[in-house]
Design a protein around this ligand. Structure first.
Ligand SMILES: [Zn+2]
Ligand SMILES: [Zn+2]
Length: 267
């Protein structure tokens, strides 16, 4: 009896040891193409370079909503949408254009539950936020305000039903390593989603805004605070505007948006 128990323990520990030693021996896979990783960010060299080439700069995007601007449109610092109607948020700081590689990285986080991808996304976002606020001494800053101007980071919430389906909120998973890097508090419950808007795909800008009206509510945690709203992707700014409205209604002094990827305007 004792011998059988001992044998069982040896087998169990042996299997665990083999599993862990294999994980240790095998290099981490690239979180975009799943090929062998060749960089400290768990990306292969090609994907790392492609992501680098998809970075947005303040000069190549709208100063308010970060919409990538075409060469013809760069005579103005704002895009046509922001000139027509100013968004409720002060600015959007976006790290990358939503394109092939950035989209696959977001998908590997959202749909394949590869949570380490959140760390890569957070690194990219921290770089662009630090550049904007001049917290990175090696880069030229575009703002004269310090990052400590931001009091609170609020992840865009998922509706409870969506959260149960997915098992996690990608904005929170990105927010954890990002806020550690920026030494800012992450407010997990300051904003809630009351309604799970129907799919926004195929809807016009106006229809999206109507679809999301009143979809969010914020708590007094944001009252008197400068808030940064965090999301993985900003498409038409309808979600960002609706969430910003709830923060301002709850007494936030200002709201800005931080996202990893910004969708370009349709052709
Ligand atoms: Zn790759
Ligand atoms: Zn704009």
């Amino acid at each position: 009896m004792v011998n059988r128990k001992f044998e069982h323990l040896v087998r169990a520990y042996g299997a665990a040891f083999r599993r862990h030693s294999m994980e240790w021996l095998l290099p981490e896979r690239c979180h975009i193409c799943h090929g062998p990783s060749q960089t400290t960010q768990a990306l292969c060299k090609e994907c790392h370079l492609a992501l680098y080439n998809q970075r947005l700069t303040v000069l190549s995007s709208c100063a308010r909503c970060a919409l990538p601007l075409t060469a013809e449109a760069t005579s103005s610092v704002f895009c046509a949408w922001c000139i027509r109607q100013r968004p409720l948020f002060e600015r959007c700081i976006a790290a990358n254009v939503y394109a092939s590689h950035s989209a696959r990285l977001v998908n590997s986080l959202k749909h394949s539950m590869q949570l380490p991808a959140a760390r890569i996304i957070a690194d990219e976002m921290a770089r662009s936020i630090k550049t904007f606020y001049g917290a990175d001494p090696s880069r030229q800053s575009s703002a004269s305000i310090p990052i400590s101007h931001v009091d609170l980071v609020v992840p865009v919430p998922l509706h409870q039903r969506r959260l149960r389906q997915r098992g996690f909120n990608q904005a929170i998973e990105i927010g954890k390593p990002l806020c550690r890097q920026l030494s800012l508090p992450l407010a997990l419950n300051a904003c809630q989603r009351l309604r799970d808007a129907h799919s926004q795909q195929g809807l016009s800008r106006r229809q999206r805004a109507r679809n999301l009206r009143g979809a969010f509510t914020a708590t007094c945690e944001v009252t008197g605070k400068h808030v940064a709203l965090l999301d993985d992707v900003v498409t038409t700014t309808s979600t960002a505007n609706a969430a910003a409205q709830s923060l301002l209604d709850a007494g936030a002094i200002s709201c800005e948006v931080w996202c990893f990827a910004r969708t370009p305007a349709p052709d």
